[in-house]
Design a protein. Structure first.
Length: 293
């Protein structure tokens, strides 16, 4: 009769930090998840298969790293703080986990491409994102989404509301459109501030992003398309015609009006009312007018 290997319980962040004579660094946005059940729930939401490779953003003290390592083939943990990275390494040894490698680097400068060279499927991205750079990380994932199948991320509740928003409200913005253009987005769980050490001043939301394997929309120049989206939202209170004319696209008001009308969009509307499909049509018309002599 075989017996299951007994798994060590998660050590509380406060205990670990005290033992190492360390404190959470406010400038790095460090708030460590202290509830094992929540960490396990987040890992399960990703539906990780034993053959998949995970990239974890902001591994911290390993609350999420450890359950991920028990599910995935390999976990690549990125942690900016060298002291925390060293502490995490000792935790992984204590839990007898050998399928995790730690990179001490800023995630915004981290190149994901080498991770996919020796595997035949995209990465699963996980992480409790630092609130101060969450939007930048999402933009990075959009840019490198060909390397990623899905992402399960814990972000500030307010940001989650923005990226999950539908057209017509003030939460709907540039990042919302960029993400909906290339991914299916769902909020899957709420996490209270009390579950972190130290607790942040805001609640968090776990979001699931499934990146489309193929482009759903006919966009020839994605970089320019994102410029069009940025231009439309550059002056939210203005009509689309005036916002586009006053943007760095340098469109004359009559050209902006013509592009909107050809895209079957009322020039008096505002950017927050446009669905992704309408932005695609607008982009096509602006691109066509750009090419005209």
């Amino acid at each position: 009769m075989t017996t299951k290997k007994r798994l060590l319980p998660m050590t509380s962040p406060n205990t670990l930090l005290k033992a190492w004579r360390m404190r959470a660094k406010k400038k790095l946005g460090q708030h460590f998840l202290a509830e094992p059940a929540t960490a396990n729930m987040i890992a399960q939401k990703a539906a990780i298969k034993p053959y998949e490779t995970v990239l974890e953003i902001g591994a911290g003290l390993g609350a999420l790293t450890i359950p991920l390592a028990r599910l995935a083939r390999q976990v690549h943990a990125v942690e900016k703080d060298p002291q925390i990275a060293k502490l995490l390494q000792t935790e992984l040894i204590a839990h007898r986990l050998e399928n995790v490698d730690i990179t001490c680097e800023d995630i915004l400068k981290y190149d994901m491409r080498p991770l996919t060279q020796n595997v035949d499927r995209p990465l699963v991205v996980m992480g409790n994102l630092p609130y101060n750079i969450s939007s930048q990380i999402l933009v990075k994932l959009i840019d490198q989404r060909a390397l990623v199948s899905r992402a399960v991320l814990m972000i500030q509740k307010e940001l989650a509301q923005r990226i999950c928003a539908t057209p017509g409200g003030r939460d709907y913005g540039r990042l919302t459109v960029m993400l909906k253009y290339c991914a299916d987005i769902r909020a899957v769980a709420e996490v209270s501030a009390a579950q972190f050490a130290p607790p942040p001043k805001v609640a968090s939301t776990v979001v699931l992003l499934h990146f489309f394997a193929q482009n759903h929309y006919d966009v020839a120049d994605e970089t320019f398309f994102f410029r069009v989206i940025k231009a439309a939202f550059s002056q939210r209170r203005k009509t689309l015609k005036n916002a586009l004319a006053g943007s760095d696209l340098h469109l004359a008001p009559d050209i902006a009006k013509k592009a909107l009308e050809k895209a079957d969009i009322d020039p008096r509307r505002r950017a927050e009312t446009l669905a992704v499909e309408e932005f695609v049509r607008l982009n096509t018309q602006i691109t066509t007018l750009y090419k005209q002599p």
